[in-house]
Design a protein around this ligand. Structure first.
Ligand code: HEC
Length: 104
């Protein structure tokens, strides 16, 4: 049965990528919840900005550092979130924003 090892690794590969996708989906889902608890009042439900605060969907993939900085330190009318949100929560909100960004 020469074909068997190939099939096994195919099946294993499919399993690994499916569980990675499930992890991603779980992160994004957690980020959506954190966002709706802490951010939606100012940044809009489901990231739909009213235009009065920064539209988070404008953040580009390269702006992870900017995001981290503004979120932990705050900016003008926005309070700092350091000590309120864990690093994991900040990362999950970032993933949620990225999943809905204008420019993927
Ligand atoms: C009390 C209202 C308020 C809440 C709650 C709030 N923000 Fe903001 N946020 C603002 C305002 C106002 C700005 C625009 C700041 C400016 O540029 O003057 C802003 C800007 C930002 C920016 C862009 C800053 C930059 O680099 O220009 C990010 C990123 C951000 N908010 C993330 C978040 C996240 C994540 C949350 C939830 C954890 C959150 N905000 C909750 C009011 C809020």
């Amino acid at each position: 049965m020469k074909i068997f090892p190939a099939l096994t690794s195919l099946a294993l590969g499919a399993f690994i990528s499916t569980s990675a996708a499930a992890d991603d989906a779980a992160m994004i889902e957690a980020g959506a919840e954190t966002f709706s608890t802490y951010c939606a009042t100012c940044h809009g439900n489901n990231l739909e900005s009213s235009g009065q605060t920064f539209d988070l969907r404008k953040l580009r993939a390269s702006e992870r550092g900017r995001f981290q900085n503004s979120v932990t330190k705050g900016k003008n009318q926005m309070p700092p979130w350091q000590g309120v949100l864990s690093e994991d929560e900040i990362e999950s909100v970032w993933r949620y924003i990225r999943a809905n960004a204008y420019e993927k």
